[in-house]
Ligand binder design. Structure first.
Ligand code: NOJ
Length: 750
């Protein structure tokens, strides 16, 4: 056994303050104290309540006038918001402006790809710019707060909310989280084009049993600190203004009542200075969870745990006064909760400018730059998974048949959680390809859907589609799943292409024409049955408003496909969960000892010798690996070169690798750095992503890609959450996916 030396270093560092031009953290805190002094107990309690915009208008207005509400969700009309803010400031007893929230998940009116698609860009700067564009549209109508980013690690594509997630990897999720928080908030929450972000759902919501939404999670502390919590710590480090609790129970405690998460971790360890909102009715849902006898008890649990604001249900506000009177909650607790909310309201500049300007309109205009960013994000999210015989890019002058249920489905293209997106704004692949046909960059594009929607089982449209295929040089089949098949409460157990899509693809394959499958979906689908039927696969997620032109440009080769998978694709549902950062096991998969189910002799005797961790019928390999994605060109990379082979605590390491474009076209490569700690005091993943760079290389061009890592990047948390840097060797791997890489060895001496 190797010698171990543990180095503990701080995970309790002070959080970044809320970025605001209104004043320093100290100045804002003293204004909070002054405000609290002037508020009655009732006015304070009112601040803890968020009401939904679907309630009758008169009910909302009277609650605002009476000071019984601190926030609204889902009110978007600027004139109404101005009037409600006027009532809050001029007529309510406390005179505190409202904070207005909305789910702005991947755009407000201009819709970018779903978050899983944004993750596939591996381009945090582009993600940040898209979030900034969304923030500007949102704030312009008088909404100050988005319930994003969702940074739940998701390793189960059955879970409908995988669409909203950053995928399976904590490092990629942290980079995306930082980009999204920066994009929404900028460096000044009070700016007229920025909004407060919300890190959600705290915590481990993505670990729902069987991928069934809202389900129980059992996550050992080790895995919590290693996988599920790091993106949330990143959010705090970047000054995120708010957190949202998760619906699930975690190790037996619903997250909205978890003092461990909300108090011990978020406030005490991470020093979070913003406020925590519950999820929709997640406080009262502690009753069906079976941890509170009634709403009153649920409210008490949430208050004690550290929920500051309750979304939709009133169990905290309704009972708070009686909790204080009965000595169940000290009066100072109320000041703490309200203080957290006021701090964010002040930082947002709501006291100076509560409502939107008179000129505000809903829906807001889409700026040309926002549309350009949405198109770039859609283009960079496209992952080329198969391209046999170089069928793509399409030769100039091709005659294409545009077939499939998602070629011209504007609302579906927007994806889940796009409430303020407008189907009429969407440019579909059909529209973009027809325009290319008219402009001459394609000879012609003939649209015959074949199926009316993704679940359509009717074969009535097949004949017309096959006829169009016969007349074309190449078939472009736009399949996948409608937006409504992913997202909240939309988990699926079967992940094949739904409806009669597989049958139609088989019929199109039988025409002998090359078939390109473009998949629009909210999750990784099981493609194994259709892969032999198609020559190329381009994975497009739900690509948003500008998905059509982005896809057309990549199909025609005007742009290269530069997306890479942010999540492993299973070959079959039975392989789930399957992800790159798994443990090795004591009997790792060994292709030489694998007997396929068909090769096992009938009547064979039971033996465990030579058996390894795999499935008899599917082995061990996924369909597509994390980080994977083809290009129209080819790349080669050298060995990683290390600036030192022995790294001491506090030191830094440079890793340099040369990437070469060996093809005839320009293309983006996503250089990825992983590492593995092969012998530690606890088992470690076989691969941990620790760096990536997306670079454009011209034909024949070589470039050195440099990564800089601190010794502490090789540390790992123990079950107590404290990071440990251990002596020993580390394998550094650089390449183009979690499978394709070359390695070098480093020694750590803490
Ligand atoms: C429930 C969802 O879980 C959450 O993500 C969302 O922000 C709220 N509803 C508000 O719509």
């Amino acid at each position: 056994m190797k010698f171990l030396r543990l180095v503990l270093f701080a995970t309790h560092a002070a959080a970044s303050p809320l970025p605001s031009s209104v004043g320093s953290a100290g100045e804002i805190d003293s204004r909070v104290s002054q405000l609290l002094e002037g508020l009655s107990r009732e006015a304070k309690i009112g601040q803890l309540q968020q009401l939904p915009g679907h309630l009758p208008a008169a009910e909302i207005e009277s609650a605002v006038r009476a000071g019984r509400v601190g926030s609204l969700i889902n009110v978007t009309d600027p004139a109404r918001l101005r009037e409600l803010q006027r009532i809050a400031v001029e007529e309510s007893p406390g005179g505190i402006p409202l904070i207005i929230g909305r789910d702005v998940i991947h755009g407000f009116r201009t819709i970018a790809p779903i978050p899983l698609g944004l993750a596939a860009t591996w381009n945090p700067e582009l993600v940040e710019a898209n979030c900034a564009a969304a923030a500007a549209e949102t704030r312009s109508v008088g909404i100050h707060w988005t319930f994003a980013p969702m940074i739940d690690i998701a390793r189960d594509p059955r879970w409908g909310r995988v669409a909203e997630s950053p995928g399976e990897d904590p490092f990629l999720a942290r980079r995306l989280c930082a980009a999204m928080v920066r994009g929404f908030q900028g460096d000044d929450l009070a700016a007229p084009d920025r909004i407060a972000a919300c890190a959600k759902h705290f915590a481990a919501y993505g670990a729902a049993l069987g991928g069934r939404d809202y389900n129980t999670t059992w996550v050992p502390d080790q895995q919590l600190w290693e996988v599920y919590l790091p993106p949330f710590k990143t959010a705090v480090d970047h000054g995120v203004a708010t957190f949202m609790t998760a619906f699930n129970d975690l190790n037996g405690v619903p997250c909205s009542g978890s003092a461990f998460l909300l108090d011990e971790v978020l406030r005490k360890r991470w020093d979070f200075s913003g406020f925590v909102v519950s999820d929709w009715a997640s406080v009262t849902q502690m009753v069906p969870h079976g941890i509170a006898a009634d709403d009153r008890e649920a409210g008490l649990l949430a208050i004690r745990a550290g929920v500051d604001m309750e979304m939709a249900t009133p169990s905290m506000a309704e009972h708070f006064a009686s909790f204080i009177d009965a000595g169940k909650v000290p009066p100072e607790r109320l000041d703490e909760l309200v203080g957290n909310i006021l701090r964010v309201k002040l930082a947002l500049g709501l006291f100076e400018r509560p409502g939107p300007p008179e000129t505000a309109v809903y829906p807001p205009e889409m700026a040309p730059e926002s549309l350009r960013l949405a198109e770039q994000a859609a283009a960079e999210s496209l992952v080329l998974l198969k391209n046999d015989g170089g069928v793509l890019p399409l030769p100039a002058g091709s005659k294409v048949a545009v077939i499939g249920p998602l070629a011209d489905a504007p609302a579906d293209q927007l994806g889940t959680w796009s409430f303020d997106g407008i189907a009429e704004d969407v440019v579909t692949p059909r529209a973009a390809l027809e325009a290319d046909g008219a402009a001459g960059s394609l000879a012609s594009a003939r649209f015959v859907p074949g199926l009316a929607y993704s679940r359509d089982k009717s074969r009535d449209g097949f004949a017309a589609a096959l006829e169009a295929a016969d007349e074309a040089d190449v078939v472009l089949f736009f399949g996948g799943e409608e937006a409504i098949l992913s997202g909240e409460a939309h988990s699926r157990a079967r992940l094949h292409l739904p409806g009669a899509q597989e049958e139609l693809l088989a019929a199109l394959h039988a025409t002998g024409k090359p078939v390109v499958l473009v998949v629009l979906a909210g999750r990784p689908l099981v493609l194994e049955p259709v892969l032999p039927l198609v020559d190329a696969v381009l994975y497009a997620w739900h690509p948003g408003t500008m998905g059509g032109p982005a896809i057309a440009k990549v199909l025609r080769g005007e742009l290269d496909p530069s997306g890479r998978l942010p999540i492993t694709f299973p070959r079959a549902e039975g392989q789930i969960p399957i992800y790159h950062g798994h443990r090795n096991t004591g009997r790792p998969f060994n292709p030489d000892s694998w007997s396929h189910i068909d090769d096992i002799p009938v009547g064979a005797e039971q033996t465990s010798l030579g058996n390894e961790s795999h499935y008899l019928d599917l082995g061990h390999e996924p369909q597509f690996w994390f980080g994977e994605g083809l290009s129209y060109t080819r790349f080669r990379h050298g060995e990683p070169e290390l600036s030192t082979t022995e790294l001491r605590g506090g030191g830094t390491l440079e890793v340099t690798t040369t990437f070469t474009n060996t093809g005839e076209r320009s293309g983006h490569v996503v250089a990825q750095l992983y590492f593995r700690d092969p012998a530690a005091s606890i088992t470690r993943p076989v691969s941990e992503l620790a760096g990536f760079r997306k670079i454009l290389l011209g034909p024949g061009e070589s470039r050195q890609v440099r990564f800089e890592l601190a010794a502490e990047d090789f540390a790992f948390p123990g079950p107590d959450g404290e990071a440990r840097l251990e002596a020993g060797t580390i394998e550094i791997m650089v390449g183009t996916s979690a499978r394709d890489h070359r390695s070098a060895t480093l020694r750590i001496e803490p």
